[in-house]
Structures are given as C-alpha cells and as structure tokens.
Design a binder for this molecule. Sequence first.
Ligand SMILES: C[S@@+](CC[C@H](N)C(=O)[O-])C[C@H]1O[C@@H](n2cnc3c(N)ncnc32)[C@H](O)[C@@H]1O
Length: 375
Amino acid sequence: MKKVYIKTFPEYSIVYDDLVLSREGGPGPGDVVFVYHKSGKFIGSAFYNPHSRINLRIFSFKEEDFDYEYIKRTMKRAYDYRKSLGFENSFRLVYSEVDFMPGLIIDKYQDGFVFQVFSIGIEVRKELIIKALIELFDPLFIHEKSTGHLRKLEGLPYINRTVYGEIPENYIVKINDVNFKFFVGQKTSLFLDQSENYLKLLNYVKDGFEILDAFCYVGGFGIHFLRKNVNVTFLDISKDALNILQENLKINNILGSYEIACSDVFDYLKSCNKKFDFIVLDPPAFTKSKEKLENALRAYDRMHKLAINLLKDNGYLATFSCSFYVKEEHLLESIKKVSKENFIILETLYQSKDHPWTLKFSESLYLKGFLLRKI
Ligand SMILES: C[S@@+](CC[C@H](N)C(=O)[O-])C[C@H]1O[C@@H](n2cnc3c(N)ncnc32)[C@H](O)[C@@H]1O
C-alpha cells in the first residue's frame, strides 16, 4: 500500500495539507494510502487528495482497503445501527466520517436511495457503492445528488441524476407515520435531520393553537402539528417547496386548518399583525464559514426580535441553527439580548439520531435548537 507520513497525530479523521511530510509509492487523487506519524507509528487508512486542502480523509484506524467487501460490511453496520434505534422507512443510512465512509451521504426513502458524494475517494468508487446498495437492499431507485458546496472544495463537478431504476411519479414516503411526497429538492429531498424534533415539539402543541411554521419547506413541522386541531401558517420563500407542501396536505389526515404564505420570512414577520401561540424558526445555514459568523448572528438577532414581537404571552418559540458555526450559546445569547421578556428553556434539540454525532468527530454535530417558553 502507498504511504503518507504526517507531522502530528490528527484530532480524528481529517488531515490538512500542511501536516503532510512525505509520500511513498506516488499516491494519486482518490488512492487509498496508509497514514503514519513521522515516528513510524501507524495511524489509519485514508483517501488521498492532493488537490484539496483536506489531503487525507481517514476511513479506518486499521490497515485495510476501501474495497467492495469493506463497503458492504460498513453499509450493513450503518443500517443495523439505525434499525436498532427504531428507524423505519425513511432515514439517513450513511453519514460520512461517522459511518466510516468519508465524503458519502446516503438517505433512504422507503425503497429508494439518494446519495451525495463529496470526496474523491468515494467519487472513484461510486460504482461499488451503487452495487452494494443493490445487493443489500434491492432498491426501487438510486439517485445521485452531488451538488453541495463541499464538492467544489474537492474539485468535483455537480451531478444530479438517477443512476438505477426509476423514481415513480407519485412516490410517497413516511416520516413518523406522516406522508410526504418524495421529490429531488433541497438536500436529498426531505429534512430527515428534524424527524425526531417533529415529534418532540408536537408534545407541546395544544388544540386551538395559532402556529407559525417559518422556513417550513414542504411542511415537516406544520403537517405533524395539524394532527391536532390547530391553525398553522406555513411560510417559505420557495414556490417549489410550497407546491409540494400543497400535495403533502392532501395526502395526510389533517384535523386543523392552515394558511400558506410565500414570502421572505423577515418581510413577513415585519408586516404581520397576528399573534401566535407557537413559532418555529428553522432557517437555512446563515453562514457556511467562520468569517461570516458575525453577519449570521446579526440575522439571528433580527429574526428573533421580530418573531418574539409576534409571540403571545406564555407562547412557545422553537429556534434552530443548521450552521456548524452558529452554536447553542449563540442562539441563547441572541434571544437574551433582543427580548425584554424572560424565557424558560424547555428542550435542547439536536439532529435526529440517524445523523449520529460523536465525541471525537465534533464536526459531525451541526443541527442545534431550543424550545423556549415566554414567561
Ligand atoms: C432548513 S430548511 C427548513 C426545513 C423545514 N423546517 C423542514 O422541517 O422540512 C430552510 C427553508 O428556508 C427557506 N428559506 C430560505 N431563506 C428564506 C427566507 N429568507 N424567507 C423564507 N424562507 C426562506 C428555504 O426555501 C428552505 O425551505
């Protein structure tokens, strides 16, 4: 096996180019290499990419190849983990480094699969990934949606195509027994990372509530809440998402009533003269880099101030950040800063457990949120 020697022991699985000391055997982009500390101690097996700042992505801490046998075994392990936690139907099957497949995301939508690739090591082994999915799951379709910004950093082109089978025209999948129409939309289709939070928040919703689902996308929170006799205002800027939302409302048993607003959330909050018992704020990542953190925090301050103005006494506010750089303490500080009122923290919320986050790979935690109640 080709070898790469590095200066220090990495924190976990990512090694930047400035740590690389020397290479043996002439490794090329996408090759598997064995990584050693300069002292000669073995560290792990990794994908090598000299064209990315991330030169090495360690996938195993043993001496092994990323071959078909490894892929099948690792995919099966990832599947068994989710099943052991009770995930059924639609969930994230493979979450990159955490599942020992750096640069690969696979989401399962009932019998269909959507994958995203953002490392060259996976890119050159894509056919093996597809083969393993077919052999393990006998899928209806496999779609590749490799369009994230991380792909650019690895020097890879955007790809969005069905690579196996066909996506049925009206393909309905389930999250927590709620029906959603599958479509190739934002991310891989649905925000599976909120699946557990839909139920956690539903616990606090009471008949008669006036609810605002801001940044609603195709209705994840609001459609869950409509199992109760409430009125939900769905709010999003994307017409495409709201068109799918209309279809989702038709394929579920809805007890309450709803309104749909296609608008910028900030504009809507400024001009709205209704008050709400429950407001959900689930914005897109306001920053994808550390440099833009200050701007993102200002956007949170503005959004929180406007939303709190529309909250009734004793009202509930759920606020989320899916940006790695906007942390729990930023969310709480922002609310503390912009509100005259006090809030009880009822729930600390994270991405659902099919997107596992680990102690040693702290980058794996990106979705954080709180459920607060005004007092
Ligand atoms: C993280 S997703 C929300 C996911 C959703 N809550 C769910 O559970 O499926 C963010 C959503 O915000 C919408 N969005 C982005 N910027 C917006 C803006 N300024 N005003 C309104 N919606 C916006 C996007 O179209 C996207 O649907």
